[in-house]
Write a protein that binds this ligand. Structure first.
Ligand code: SP5
Ligand code: ZN
Length: 334
């Protein structure tokens, strides 16, 4: 299988994140991508599709914010990386805000997703990797791997969060539709619910979003991913959430995956996008499932059985020592 990655994706290196009342070193480190890259072998440089396919998913003012946030932060004399601390949970809308502190809160939902000097360049390159993998599949490859980093599935049309800035999977899905796909299924198997992707396609019937993840009653991102979230309007029934309990093993995971794959089979997509997180691995420092390294090959062969041309987009996975092997096991079945 061909894979895509750009060294510019390493330029993002946020310092710290706030979790459970503590500042800790940021878990989404550049080394993750280096390790996956060396386990994969020869990766290709992405093509540059420009900003147009990003604007098919994201708000223009949000993209401008991402580009300038770190410079504004510095100009304001703030230390470290740009990070929010006040969030507009009621009637969030774009207002004439003149402080970077206000803007960064308006465009994010947590304090784990700082904007550092290289964030825009890395996120832009990560999205181009996803677009290039889509173009490879468009040109006839059965599958292609986008080594996206920073990841994307928590980012919405106009907000960042969960280490994500641009929603790479959503950008690839929209590009597939622009290139003629009529129905796209997104299967999200990161440990965490892909709330940004769900939000982007919430009212859409041409994109099916299916996610297996830790129950948001106990796990990040808490407010989204509950089983009763099924989409609205045109999109009613085009969102499927399957929450699993902490400690889930392959025996818990596989039947849930079969449910999602059944739904995808009935939808009969002409493209499948997989948001793949290896943070479901038993030793992951962020996740709390109990999948073993060999289990990733089992999941992949279940998924590969569905047969649609497939774009695999990297999301989470934070156990750097095991990441190369876990990702390689997953990809080996496509
Ligand atoms: C793409 C992705 O996987 N984003 C995940 C963001 C999760 N951020 C909050 C994680 C809370 C982790 N609690 C850490 C426990 C450390 N032992
Ligand atoms: Zn995750």
């Amino acid at each position: 299988m061909r894979g895509v990655f750009d060294l510019r994706q390493l330029a993002h290196s946020p310092e710290r994140e706030l979790n459970n009342g503590e500042w800790t070193p940021h878990a989404e480190v550049a080394e993750r991508a280096e390790i996956i890259a060396s386990a994969f072998g020869a990766l290709e440089q992405p093509r540059d599709f420009g900003e147009r396919p990003l604007l098919a998913v994201h708000d223009g003012a949000y993209l401008s914010f991402l580009k300038e946030a770190h410079a504004l932060w510095r100009e304001a004399g703030r230390p470290g990386d740009a990070i929010g601390y006040t969030f507009p949970i009621v009637r969030r809308r774009q207002t004439a805000l003149r402080r970077i502190d206000a803007l960064v809160g308006q465009y994010s939902f947590d304090a784990a997703t700082p904007i550092a000097a290289g964030t825009w360049d890395a996120a832009y390159a990560s999205a181009q990797s996803a677009l290039t993998a889509q173009s490879l599949v468009q040109a006839g490859e059965r599958s292609a791997f986008a080594l996206c980093r920073p990841p994307g599935h928590h980012a919405g049309a106009d907000y960042c969060g969960g280490y994500c800035y641009l929603n790479n999977a959503a950008i690839a899905a929209e590009a597939a539709i622009a290139a003629g796909a009529r129905r796209v299924a997104i299967l999200d198997i990161d440990y965490h619910h892909g709330n940004g992707t769900q939000d982007i396609f919430w009212r859409r019937s041409d994109v099916l979003f299916c996610s297996l993840h830790a129950d948001p009653a106990t796990d990040y991102p808490y407010y989204w991913g509950h089983a009763d979230e099924t989409g609205e309007d045109e999109g009613e029934g085009s969102t499927l959430n399957i929450p699993l309990q902490r400690g889930a093993t392959i025996d818990d995971y596989r039947p849930a995956l079969a449910r999602a794959l059944d739904r995808i089979a009935s939808f009969a997509p002409d493209r499948l996008v997989i948001s793949f997180g290896a943070d479901t691995w038993e030793g992951d420092p962020v996740g709390a499932f109990a999948l073993k390294s060999d289990d990733f090959a089992i999941l992949a062969s279940d998924i590969a059985g569905c047969g649609s041309p497939t774009i695999i987009v990297m999301e989470g996975g934070y156990a750097v020592d095991a990441l190369g092997k876990n990702v390689a096991n997953f990809l080996s079945c496509f």
